[in-house]
Write a protein that binds this ligand. Sequence first.
Ligand SMILES: OC[C@H]1O[C@H](O[C@H]2O[C@H](CO)[C@@H](O)[C@H](O)[C@H]2O)[C@H](O)[C@@H](O)[C@@H]1O
Length: 503
Amino acid sequence: MSTPNHLLHPHSLTPNQSHSENPLAISSNDNPFPIKDVEQASSSCSSDSGPVVPTTPLVSFLERVQETALQTFGKFNFDPKLYVDLSLKHDLPAAEDGFDRLTRGENGSVSVEDLNEYLEKYFEGAGEDLVYSEPEDYVPEPEGFLPKVKNQEVRSWALEVHSLWKNLSRKVSSEVRDRPELHTLLPLPQPVMIPGSRFREVYYWDSYWVIRGLLASKMYDTAKAIATNLICLIEEYGYVLNGARAYYTTRSQPPLLSAMVCEIYKRTQDHELARKSLPALIKEYQFWNSGIHSVTIQDAEASGHTLSRYYAMWNKPRPESSTIDKESASKISNASDKQHFYREVASAAESGWDFSTRWMRDHKDFATLATTSILPVDLNTFILGMELNIAFLAKVTGDCIISERFSEASLVRKKAMESVFWNAEMGQWLDYWLSNSSCKDAQTWEAGNQNQKIFASNFIPLWIESFHSDGFLVDKVMRSLQSSGLVCASGIATSLINSGEQW
Ligand SMILES: OC[C@H]1O[C@H](O[C@H]2O[C@H](CO)[C@@H](O)[C@H](O)[C@H]2O)[C@H](O)[C@@H](O)[C@@H]1O
């Protein structure tokens, strides 16, 4: 027996440096989004440093339930996330009291019967607080649907995919709004699309592809609703969370909201959405371009190039995978090294590439994860896109000053990407290893710090007009992609190392 069925209900450089040429650079003393209740860890070189955003008492308690469930049900078919997705039937002290009264064996396990009874008595099934919601703009065959697809077989398959919107559409139940302290699900004002299966909540970067799909399906209102939810998260937290759960507040995910808004704007010319999104997008931009996320590298001429990195505000096991993370860290004995490792794990989750050899110093050893020591090509491409998108949205809403500043910032980042990432010999942009992730005042660019391993992310800059408008460059990069070994019969592999990791 693994997990009780009722719980599986289907409906149910240095941080802070800012001396680059970026016209929008933010001084370390002038952080515009002081994150609420952030614990500052010490910043010595050997120990973990950086901010920690606390989670809620409910999340911490559910991690304890998760641990007991593992001890009781065993590893087989065990999904730790299920337990942090439960919501309380009564208040937290009652559930804690019931939990403390369970009779335990030596390893902390309880009998399967007792635990099932306890879970039934105190919790609603995971996902029950996100209720089905019929998307109002869904029609079985939208007018003008994929006009270029003529083949009947492909069209019917595409329509089948289109019909999945009906399965994935949800809204947050009113109970979450009324008693948020009983739920790890966060209240969102508009309907949502979930990835499905164990992912019973909205995810940040998944929403980009969701919106691309919704636009192809002509479901413009649903697409706008999803962007609006993400804007609300920025208004509340200062950044878009990894996902809409209390345990995802400690990190973001690849920042693609500006791309979502622009895609919607280009189809609908919705000025109101463009206008409403701008302050939020600027706030998000500041999140990614200040404090721990921002690093400056000096080139040989002593010019500073400021780029961004992933850096989670968390140095403990990820609550949704707490039991797994603890096991991964079990060989690390020093407490501070453990914290450091947990931050690297959470930062890899922030990258969306959880997990990948891309973030490991030794691809055979997961404990060598070093996400915060890497300046990633894809993240900086997304931020370059953000600069261009903000410039565009500011222009269409009549704010020429903002528009010009962001266009200038995009030129500065493009130059930084060319100086730090571009490798002319390989015809790719390469991730850059920081010499030291937190201790040195200035880092000087060194050719040997470019990570010469091949990843799909090395080609992502071609997605952005500033790069793909250069025909000569496109030819060179395309030749490099064709011969990279990444192009497979059914898609592009993320790396050349078959490590068993997801990415
Ligand atoms: O499709 C949703 C996301 O799924 C993966 O990551 C998520 O699950 C992890 C473990 O449960 C969690 O730690 C991570 O933060 C989540 O985003 C996937 O790797 C993501 O790219 C994807 O957005």
